[in-house]
Design a protein around this ligand. Structure first.
Ligand SMILES: [Zn+2]
Length: 153
C-alpha cells in the first residue's frame, strides 16, 4: 500500500497546516502520529475510545501503544479531553476551542452567614450538552456557588 492510497491520511495542505498550528500552539512538535490522531478527532464528532482510534488508523500502521501515548499527550496539552462514561470506558474528544477561555469568576455565598466572596477562574463542565438550556451552550450564565465559608466551617 502506498501513502497516496492511504485514505486515512490528512488531505489538503491547509488542513495539515491547521493541525500543525494547533500542535505548535500548545508547544508540541508535529509527528506523523500526532497529526493523524488529531485529524481523526477533527473529522469526527463526539467522543471515541482508544480502540476506535486504533482501528480507524490501523492502515497507518500505528500500534496501540503509540496511539494511546498520543491520546494522553494531546489530553495533557488540552487539545483533547478524556471522559469516562457509565460503561467505564475512557473516551476522548476534542476539547472545545473556547473551553480553556470559558473559566470565569464565581460568586461564593455562605449558606450560614451570608458572606460573599469571589472565586477566580471557575469553570462549568457540562456532561450532557443535549440536556442543557441553550443559554448555557451560548456561555450566557453567571456562577453563584452556595457553600459554608471557612469561618463558619
Ligand atoms: Zn459563613
Amino acid at each position: 500500500m502506498t501513502e497516496a492510497r492511504d485514505t486515512n491520511a490528512p488531505v489538503g495542505t491547509a488542513r495539515v497546516r491547521r493541525l500543525k498550528q494547533a500542535l505548535r500552539s500548545v508547544g508540541l512538535r508535529s509527528t506523523t502520529a500526532r497529526l493523524a490522531v488529531l485529524d481523526y478527532f477533527h473529522t469526527r464528532a463526539g467522543a471515541h475510545a482508544h480502540a476506535e482510534v486504533v482501528e480507524a488508523l490501523a492502515r497507518r500502521a500505528f500500534d496501540r501503544a503509540t496511539v494511546y501515548r498520543v491520546l494522553l499527550v494531546l489530553s495533557d496539552a488540552k487539545l483533547l479531553r478524556g471522559t469516562i462514561h457509565a460503561d467505564r470506558i475512557r473516551r476522548f474528544e476534542l476539547a472545545h476551542p473556547d473551553e480553556t477561555s470559558a473559566a470565569r469568576d464565581a460568586e461564593l455565598v455562605c449558606s450560614s452567614c451570608g458572606a460573599t466572596s469571589t472565586l477566580v477562574g471557575a469553570r462549568l463542565l457540562l456532561e450532557d450538552e443535549a440536556a442543557a438550556p441553550r443559554a448555557l451552550l451560548r456561555r450566557e450564565y453567571a456562577l453563584r456557588v452556595v457553600i459554608r465559608c471557612d469561618a463558619c466551617g
